[in-house]
Design a protein around this ligand. Structure first.
Ligand code: C5P
Length: 219
């Protein structure tokens, strides 16, 4: 297997992209890039700085003096300017804020640049909403992972609970629906199935089974 392999995965919230990507990264010896965590970390910093989520230019500018780094472990540690924000960025409020700031073209351009620097080193599996279409359109394998809203809400609800955050199932479901809608309808790099992406339906499959299915698609 080539050390420089690049696998890009997109799909709506709660499709299981993170869990499956981590399994694949481990199995294939690739590094794992969680692009959504970067939106979350920047959203967190903007909030701490008191910047309005509607101010895309200010938030993009904030990124110039921002360092986002990943550690290894489960959950994967996320460092914002050297500070561990792993748990702080997984709240429902940060899901909402990350979704809001990700609609700004200026914010996307700033993050995509950083993401491409990491991807260009190769040997990586990245996941997000524009991984196959914008960040790594030349990836060796492009996958669009999906499942029903109900199933995705169930998974995300569990995840929040595991992180010790609350929020009823209904609230999680309506938030996911709203975030999906924003991701699909935004003007700048909306979530869409790349023409040459393989669609992987994950309903009823375990993360290991999905990882297995994707591994079989590697050219
Ligand atoms: O994947 P995750 O739920 O952590 O992403 C948080 C939000 O960041 C998403 O709702 C989406 O709006 C945005 N996002 C994005 N592009 C990416 C990754 C995440 O717009 N590549």
């Amino acid at each position: 297997l080539s050390k420089k392999l690049v696998i890009a995965i997109d799909g709506p919230a709660g499709a299981g992209k993170s869990t499956v990507s981590k399994l694949l990264a481990q199995r294939l010896g690739l590094s794992y890039l969680d692009t959504g965590a970067m939106y979350r970390a920047l959203a967190y910093k903007a909030q701490q700085a008191g910047i309005d989520s509607g101010d895309g230019e200010e938030i993009a500018k904030l990124m110039e003096s921002t360092e986002i780094a990943f550690g290894t472990g489960e959950p994967q540690p996320v460092f914002l300017d050297g500070k561990d924000v792993t748990s702080s960025i997984r709240t429902m409020q940060m899901s909402e804020l990350a979704s809001a700031i990700s609609a700004h073209g200026a914010v996307r351009r700033a993050l995509v640049l950083r993401q491409q620097e990491l991807v260009n080193q190769g040997g990586v599996i990245l996941e997000g909403r524009d991984a196959t279409t914008v960040i790594a359109p030349n990836a060796d394998l492009k996958v669009y992972m999906t499942a029903s809203l109900e199933e995705r809400a169930r998974r995300r609800h569990l995840e929040y609970q595991e992180h010790g955050h609350d929020g009823s199932f209904e609230k999680v479901r309506s938030q996911i629906e709203l975030r999906d809608h924003r991701d699909i309808t935004r003007d700048d790099s909306p979530l869409t199935v790349a023409p040459d992406a393989q669609i992987v339906e994950t309903a009823g499959l375990s993360p290991a089974e999905v990882a297995e299915a994707i591994a079989r698609l590697i050219p």
